[in-house]
Design a protein around this ligand. Structure first.
Ligand code: ADP
Ligand code: MG
Length: 696
């Protein structure tokens, strides 16, 4: 798919203009300036020539093949130009023109027609409303962006043209080499998933970067990205992390799943890195572009100054990386080459008067150590420091090992030259040691992702007949949420353990139910109109005898009535008391792009206050479920502490995968909360004390 866009034999520029500053002029100018070697055909019925090239009246009036057409004419004429392309046999077009979906309803209609025409004619289209395509490695600049970055192995695609220009400018300014730059605008045809797939197969590209605002088909994106990231790192900068205002939600999970939770979860599940800042975006790009990955997290630091060494050590300690323990042999080698005052333990201090050779020897020694997986070299420009020669020495040592060697040559004016040297030799350099460590941690994460095995989600036998019956009945009644009993029926059909419960419509029945269950019991108001029962004074726990149950019944009904006078109160649920345990929440929220999102977190009535939750896109394997459980901030609560045994994490992981399977099988279930889910010590399972479902 990519070839005609980045390496075409001939290009027609529709709307080529003689007037500098016009898009149709700048595209031709850029093509010429970049040194494109194929044929350029300006198309403009009102001109004879543009920039010395003869003009043509229409694409299908050009003699000879036209592999790519760049269209830069007012929106209303674009469909005609596409017809000419179809007639001519041109199968790749870049529509730079604006005035489509971004401009309102009429533009959106036009864009649909454009997409439809492309599909029908078998034309692949980038845009509309984009900057175009730049391919430094083939000396192609089919855009109206001015900056042409140097060739490199990083591809960058951007949904936003404006941000694309800014990033391009940074790449040029910081001398970052790009293989391809693709501004894909409104993505009427080619979208980010297509681009990731195509760049995944592009021999010129080792690292894929993208800026995007939205993904339409989340599932397809995940499938493709998971495949591509096996071979190449993908880093995405996505705007819109904060959710735009509060939304009405009928569950804890619904209110906690921000608009962006699905993106973050999906990205990590398919091995895509998410950069939070432009700085991070380029840091990751630079690190991955060196094409080496650490086998594990053990880092050696070599520095000529104590302070930056401590900064690096601190950053390592607060990351998933660790300071490598240098072997006896390495230390002996260091002692032999370094002055006696030097520190031969990690971080290795070669001292302020270190010249290039001392760096070289130290680096060779630590890189050879089996206990070291990556190296950070720090340099501060001191009086006798040989900045450039050290850069060469570091680059030589880096080239001689498979282990990633990152550098932080600190400073500005006096290290510029060294930065260029390191850059030319593909040694990732960072202005600050902690940023180098951030990038190194990303390299470790990526290395682990590539090594990790993939397991399919488990497949449980549910009582599907019951689930379907409950859901059909609820749909027939037009219910938006399931009642207490129906919700419990569904959970039970998935073999999720529940406390024994009996519904009671009046006080007599409640007393009878309590006697049947055995004391103590819990009593809860049963109403489809009351979302959070505790808020309505609708929950009483630990009721020890019949008299308490009778009082509780009256109180619960009265406070529920006060809380919501128009609520329909069915009665109460009398429930076996669950033994105390650790309270967690498991939930589901359906995302429009990615489908069911599974939530896990610290549960109980304070979920919204604590907000200690994590998300994954379903379906969920057991490994992924275990990872989720370990990821919440208060994960330690589930471990053994102060004489209390560890919680039954296996039962919890299983419960998460059961809920995930339920959500996958029954798309009508839009939201679900198991809260609290009481987890017992290892081997003793769990119990879903409160279950809630919302429907389409
Ligand atoms: P809601 O979330 O609608 O307020 P719950 O059924 O979750 O109502 O009850 C509120 C709290 O009461 C729970 O978080 C739990 O701590 C406690 N609780 C409820 N039912 C039981 C039970 N059967 N056994 C033990 N504790 C319970
Ligand atoms: Mg609850």
């Amino acid at each position: 798919m990519l070839k005609p866009f980045v390496d075409p034999a001939s290009i027609a520029v529709v709307g080529a203009s003689r007037t500098p500053g016009k898009v149709g002029h700048d595209v031709v100018r850029n093509l010429l300036d970049a040194g494109y070697e194929g044929r350029i055909y300006p198309v403009n019925p009102k001109a004879d020539e543009v920039l010395g090239l003869p003009c043509h009246a229409a694409v299908d009036r050009i003699e000879g093949e036209v592999e790519l057409a760049v269209i830069a004419i007012p929106a209303q004429y674009v469909l005609d130009a596409l017809d000419q392309c179809a007639h001519k046999g041109t199968r790749a077009v870049i529509v730079i023109s604006a005035g489509f979906k971004e401009s309102g309803e009429e533009g959106a209609r036009l864009e649909e027609q454009l997409a439809e025409k492309c599909r029908r004619e078998g034309i692949r289209c980038i845009g509309p409303n984009c900057l175009g395509v730049i391919s430094p490695v083939t000396r192609l600049n089919a855009s109206f962006g001015a900056a042409m970055p140097k060739p490199g192995n990083i591809a960058f695609f951007s949904q936003s043209g404006a941000l694309g220009t800014a990033i391009l400018d940074i790449a040029v300014g910081e001398d970052i080499g790009l293989s391809r730059f693709i501004s894909y605008g409104n993505k009427a045809d080619i979208d980010e998933t297509d681009l990731i797939e195509a760049l995944g197969e592009d021999d010129e590209t080792d690292v894929i970067l993208g800026y995007l605002e939205s993904i339409d088909d989340g599932r397809k994106f995940m499938d493709v990205a998971a495949r591509v990231t096996r071979n190449k790192p993908v880093v995405i900068f996505k705007s819109g992390r904060t959710s735009g205002g509060a939304r009405a939600a009928s569950s804890h999970t619904g209110s906690l799943a921000g608009a962006d939770s699905a993106y973050s979860a999906a990205f990590r599940q398919c091995g895509v890195f998410r950069a939070d800042t432009i700085e991070e975006f380029f840091d990751y790009a630079r690190a991955f572009a060196c094409r080496k990955l650490p086998a594990n997290g053990k880092v050696a630091v070599v520095t000529n100054a104590g302070g930056p060494g401590i900064i690096a050590t601190d950053a390592i300690e607060s990351s998933r990386l660790t300071m490598a323990e240098l072997s006896e042999r390495t230390r002996r080698a260091l002692a032999e080459h370094l002055p006696p005052q030097a520190n031969i333990h990690n971080p290795v201090d070669v001292l302020g008067d270190a010249k290039a050779d001392r760096y070289r020897l130290a680096l060779e020694a630590v890189a050879r150590d089996d206990g070291v997986a990556s190296v950070l070299t720090i340099l501060t420009p001191q009086t006798s420091t040989e900045v450039e020669r050290t850069a060469v020495a570091v680059a030589d040592a880096a080239a001689a090992t498979d282990k990633p060697v990152l550098t932080s040559f600190m400073g500005s004016a006096s290290v510029q030259e060294a930065w260029d040297i390191l850059d030319r030799r593909s040694v990732p350099n960072f202005e600050q040691p902690d940023r180098a460590i951030g990038a190194m941690e990303a390299m470790l994460t990526y290395s682990e992702w590539r090594q990790a095995g993939r397991t399919d989600p488990p497949c449980y036998e549910f009582d599907e007949g019951t689930i379907r019956r409950v859901l059909d009945q609820a749909a027939a009644n037009g219910q938006g949420t399931l009642g207490e009993r129906e919700a419990r029926d569904i959970a039970g059909a998935c073999d999720i353990p529940l406390p024994q419960s009996i519904f009671a419509a009046d006080e007599e029945a409640a007393a009878g139910a309590a006697a049947e269950i055995g004391y103590p019991v819990a009593l809860k108001v049963s109403s489809g109109d009351i979302l959070h029962k505790s808020d309505a004074g609708g929950v009483k726990v630990g009721l020890p005898h019949e008299a308490a149950v009778r009082v509780a019944f009256r109180e619960v009904m009265a406070s529920a009535r006060d809380y919501k006078p128009d609520a329909r109160l069915d009665g109460v649920l009398v429930q076996e008391m669950a033994r105390p345990g650790r309270e967690v929440i498991v939930g589901v929220k359906r995302d429009p792009q990615f489908g069911p999102l599974i939530m896990f977190g610290l549960g109980g009535i304070h979920v919204e206050v604590l907000k200690d939750v994590v998300f994954r896109v379903a379906p969920l394997g057991l490994e992924e479920a275990r990872a989720m459980i370990g990821e919440i901030r208060s994960a330690r609560i589930l471990q053994a502490f102060r004489g209390e045994p560890a919680a039954d994490v296996e039962a919890l992981a299983e419960c998460l995968t059961r809920v995930s399977q339920l959500a996958m099988q029954f798309p009508q279930l839009t939201e679900c909360d198991l809260n609290p889910l009481v987890v017992y010590p290892e081997g003793q399972g769990l119990m879903a004390v409160d279950v809630r479902f919302a429907l389409e």
